[in-house]
Design a protein around this ligand. Structure first.
Ligand code: BGC
Length: 736
C-alpha cells in the first residue's frame, strides 16, 4: 500500500478498531476456533474484543498461526492482518549458543549467522517478528538475564547488536524469509540494583548515555523494526511511562521511527510501581510516553476509549501509533500476503537442517572459553584413557533458558559428541545437576532433582571409583539453565553443592582433571580453578553443544573465545567489570599496602578471577611493542596504532587482538581502561601479522563536566593485547 492508502485506512477506522491495533495478546487468549474464556477478567476486556488485537505473541507453528490469523482477519472490520511475534532469542529449532556466549566470539559474522538461522527457521514456521536482540549492557553476574546480553562492554555490545539485527532482518526491505527485530529492553534493564530481577535502576545520566544507550542506538542504525520498553524504573520513573525517555531520547534524539511495544504487562505494572492508581491512569501515562503497543496488560483496550472520549488523551496520539503499526504491517507485506510463511518453500528453508546444525556446531565451538590449560592438558588424544563424569555428560538440556521452541531431545550431549570420535566412550553422571530434592521453577516446566541423598552419595562414590580407574578425568559441571534467564537472579553464583562434592570426591582420587563448565552467567569457579588442570567454559551451547565440546576436547577445533563478561572472584565483588573508574585511593592487587584506607576489600582481591577479554588457545601468541604513526593529533585527526602478533605455538589459531584506551586526565573521572577496538586474526604456526587500528576522535569522546560530548586535549594511553589486563602500551597526545 502507498503511504496515502495507509492514512486513508487509518481515517476510516473506528476508535475501537484503532485501539485494537495498539493491543497485543498472548496465544492463550485464542484457540483455532476463536477467543477463549479465561483471560478476559484479568485483562478487563470482553473476549469478543480479543479478535481486534493488532498483534499476537507466543503462538508457534504455521498451521496454528494460520488458524488464528484467519479468525482475526475475518472479525476485523477492515480485515487487517495481525502480526505474530515471539521470543526467538538464540534459535528457533536449531538452537545456537546463548547471547552471552555469542559475545565471546568477538565476531559479528557469528552474530549475524545466528540471527539469520533463527529468523529463517521461525519465519518458515509462520512468525513475523522476534523479541530479539536483547542488547542491554550487563555487569552483575547475579542477574539471571545476563545470559541474553552480549556482555559488559558498550563497544562489543554495539557491534554485536547491529550484527544481530542485520542477521535477523535479512537483506530485503520487507524482511522476506526473515523476521523483523524487536530490540529490547529500552532502557538500561541490564542494571537492576543488586542484580535482583526487575529491581530499580539508578544510573547517572552520564553513565546511561555513555554506556547503556549506544547499543540500542547501534540497533536503530541497523534498522531494528521495533523496540521494547523495559520493566525497570530509571531515575525513579518506570521507563514504560516516561515521556522524556521514550519521546525525548528514543525518538527525538536517537531517531527511532519504528514501533515501540511495552514489555509484558509493563503498562499494568505502572500501578504496581505505585505511579498510577488504576489501569486508566497507567494507559494514559504509557500512551503519552509514546508506547505504541500494550503487551498483555489490557490497559489500552479496556480504558483508552474512555480517555479519548473524555478528552484526556488526544486521538492524534492514538493515530500516530496506529499509523506506525500499519506501516510495519505494510513493510512486512501483510496486506498483500498475511501469511508470509506461504512464500517460504521458494527459499528452501528446512527446520533443524544438517546445514544449520553444522553452523551451530561451528559457532558453539567459537564461544567456548579455555580458561586454564596447565601442562597442555587439553587437547586429549583419541586413544587416551579418559573417564567422562558429571551431570552434564549426558544432559540434553543445554539450550539455555529462553529456548522454548527447540526440542532438547534433538540436542547432542557431550557423550554423544565424544562417541563420534571415540566409539567406546562411556560416562557416569555422579550426581544430578541440582542438589537432591532441589527444585527450580521455570516458565513452562520446572526442574527437580528427585534423587535422594543416599542415592546421590552412592552415585558420587561410584563416579570416584570410575575416576580412580582412569588416567585422566573430564568432569562436566554447571548450573541449571533454569537458574538463569528471566527470574533467575542468584545470590550464590557457585555450582550446586552436590556438584562441589562430586568435584572433591573425584579430585581426591585423580588430579589429572579437566572441568567443563555449563553456565548462563559468570560463575564463581574458585573451587574449580583450584583443582582442575584445565577449564573449558561452555555456557549454554545449544543443539550442537556436545559435538562442539568434543571438537575442542580432541583438538579438532582450537579454542578462540574471549570472555564477554569478567568472571568475578566471588559474588561479593559483583558487579565487577574491566572499565572501572579511578578512585582517590586506587590500589592494585598485590601492592604492598601500608594504609588501611584504600579502595580494596579486606578479604578478597579487587580483580576478577578471570578478566574481560580473557581466553586461551592451544597455541601461543606474542605481541610486539605498540607502534604509533604519530605521537600527537589535533581535533578531527586520526592516528594509527599497530602491533605485530606472532603465533609462536604449534597449531593454527585465532586471536582476538584487543585495543583499550585510557584518558589520563579529564574533567570527569574516566574508566581506567575501556575496550575501543578489536580484530580477530588467524595465524599459522610461525606466522606473523601486523594489526593496525585507527584511533579516531569518536573513540576519545565522552560527556564532559558540562555534559557536552567531546574529546578533551591531553594524554591517552593505548594498550593492545590479548585481554583487558595484559598488553603493550604507548602514549599519545590530543593537542588543542
Ligand atoms: C520479557 C521480555 C519478553 C516478553 C515476552 C517478558 O517477560 O521481559 O523480554 O520478550 O516477556 O515473552
Amino acid at each position: 500500500m502507498t503511504e496515502q492508502q495507509l492514512v486513508d485506512l487509518l481515517q476510516s477506522m473506528t476508535l475501537e478498531e484503532k485501539i485494537g491495533q495498539l493491543t497485543q495478546l498472548d496465544g492463550s487468549c485464542f484457540s483455532g476456533e476463536g477467543p477463549v474464556t479465561g483471560p478476559e477478567q484479568e485483562l478487563g476486556i470482553p473476549k469478543e474484543k480479543f479478535l481486534l488485537a493488532g498483534s499476537i505473541l507466543g503462538v508457534t507453528g504455521a498451521d496454528k498461526i494460520e488458524q488464528i490469523r484467519r479468525i482475526c482477519i475475518e472479525a476485523q472490520p477492515h480485515h487487517i492482518p495481525p502480526i505474530f511475534m515471539a521470543d526467538v532469542i538464540n534459535g528457533y529449532q536449531t538452537i545456537l549458543p546463548i547471547p552471552l556466549a555469542l559475545g565471546c566470539t568477538f565476531e559479528e559474522e557469528a552474530a549475524k549467522k545466528t540471527g539469520d538461522i533463527m529468523a529463517r527457521e521461525a519465519a518458515a514456521d509462520g512468525l513475523d517478528i522476534t523479541f530479539a536482540p536483547m542488547v542491554d549492557l550487563v555487569k552483575d553476574a547475579r542477574w539471571g538475564r545476563v545470559m541474553e546480553s552480549t556482555g559488559e562492554s558498550v563497544y562489543l555490545n554495539s557491534r554485536m547488536a547491529a550484527a544481530m539485527v542485520e542477521g535477523i532482518q535479512g537483506e530485503s526491505e520487507d524482511f522476506s524469509g526473515h523476521l523483523g527485530a524487536c530490540t529490547k529492553h529500552f532502557a538500561a534493564y541490564g542494571a537492576p540494583m543488586a542484580g535482583r530481577e526487575y529491581c530499580a535502576v539508578e544510573l547517572s545520566e552520564r553513565s546511561l548515555r555513555e554506556e547503556y544507550l549506544p547499543s540500542y542506538q547501534a540497533a536503530i542504525h541497523a534498522g531494528s523494526a521495533m523496540m521494547m520498553t523495559s520493566f525497570n524504573t530509571l531515575d525513579r520513573i518506570p521507563v514504560t511511562g516516561n515521556e522524556k525517555i521514550m519521546r525525548g531520547i528514543l525518538r527525538d534524539e536517537m531517531g527511532f521511527q519504528g514501533v515501540l511495544i511495552s514489555d509484558w504487562n509493563a503498562i499494568g505494572e505502572l500501578i504496581l510501581n505505585h505511579v498510577a492508581e488504576d489501569k486508566k491512569e497507567a494507559a494514559r501515562q504509557a500512551v503519552v510516553a509514546g508506547v505504541d503497543i500494550d503487551m498483555m496488560s489490557g490497559c489500552y483496550m479496556s480504558r483508552m476509549e474512555e480517555l479519548v472520549r473524555e478528552g484526556t488523551v488526544e486521538e492524534g496520539l492514538i493515530d500516530e501509533s496506529v499509523l506506525r503499526i500499519l506501516k510495519l504491517k505494510n513493510r512486512l507485506g501483510l496486506f498483500e500476503r498475511p501469511n508470509r510463511a506461504e512464500k517460504l518453500p521458494e527459499y528452501g528453508v528446512a527446520l533443524l537442517s544438517e546445514e544449520n546444525r553444522k553452523v551451530a556446531r561451528e559457532i558453539a565451538a567459537k564461544t567456548m572459553v579455555l580458561l586454564k590449560n596447565e601442562e597442555n592438558f587439553l587437547p586429549l588424544k583419541r586413544e587416551e584413557d579418559v573417564a567422562l563424569i558429571g551431570p552434564y555428560m549426558e544432559e540434553k538440556g543445554i539450550l539455555g533458558a529462553w529456548s522454548f521452541f527447540g526440542d532438547r531431545e534433538k540436542s547432542i550431549t557431550i557423550l554423544e559428541g565424544v562417541r563420534s570420535k571415540n566409539p567406546s566412550a562411556h560416562a557416569k553422571s555422579g550426581c544430578g545437576i541440582l542438589n537432591p530434592g532441589q527444585t527450580v521453577y521455570g516458565f513452562k516446566f520446572h526442574e527437580t532433582n528427585e534423587m535422594t541423598e543416599e542415592e546421590t552419595e552412592r552415585s558420587i562414590q561410584e563416579a570416584a571409583e570410575y575416576a580412580a580407574a582412569h588416567k585422566k578425568v573430564v568432569l562436566a559441571l554447571g548450573e541449571s539453565p533454569l537458574q538463569t534467564g528471566e527470574g533467575g537472579s542468584r545470590a550464590d553464583i557457585t555450582i550446586p553443592d552436590v556438584q562441589k562434592k562430586l568435584l572433591d570426591a573425584v579430585y581426591a582420587v585423580n588430579q589429572n582433571l579437566a572441568v567443563i563448565v555449563f553456565a548462563g552467567r559468570p560463575l564463581d569457579i574458585r573451587a574449580i580453578k583450584e583443582k582442575a588442570k584445565s577449564i573449558l567454559y561452555v555456557w549454554m551451547p545449544g543443539t550442537e553443544g556436545g559435538n562442539a565440546i568434543a571438537d575442542i576436547l580432541y583438538g579438532d577445533r582450537v579454542p578462540e573465545a574471549k570472555l564477554s563478561m569478567s568472571l568475578p572472584y566471588c559474588v561479593g565483588q559483583c558487579p565487577v567489570c574491566h572499565n572501572e573508574f579511578w578512585t582517590g585511593r586506587h590500589v592494585e592487587d598485590g601492592e604492598n599496602i601500608t594504609n588501611r584506607f584504600q579502595s580494596k576489600y579486606q578479604d578478597i582481591p579487587n580483580a576478577p578471577l578471570y578478566p574481560f577479554g580473557y581466553g586461551l588457545s592451544y597455541t601461543d601468541f606474542t605481541y610486539s611493542d605498540v607502534e604509533l604513526d604519530r605521537a600527537e593529533i589535533h581535533e578531527g585527526e586520526e592516528l594509527e596504532a599497530a602491533v605485530v602478533v606472532e603465533n609462536t605455538g604449534a597449531v593454527t589459531g585465532k586471536e582476538v587482538v584487543q585495543l583499550y584506551l585510557t584518558d589520563e586526565y579529564a574533567s570527569v573521572a574516566r574508566p581506567i581502561r575501556e575496550l575501543k577496538g578489536y580484530q580477530k586474526i588467524c595465524l599459522a604456526p610461525g606466522e606473523k601479522k601486523k594489526v593496525v587500528f585507527k584511533i579516531s576522535m569518536d573513540m576519545l569522546c565522552f560527556y564532559d563536566r558540562k555534559m557536552e560530548y567531546r574529546a578533551e586535549p591531553g594524554s591517552f594511553i593505548v594498550r593492545i593485547g590479548t585481554d583487558s589486563v595484559n598488553g603493550k602500551e604507548a602514549r599519545f597526545w590530543l593537542r588543542k
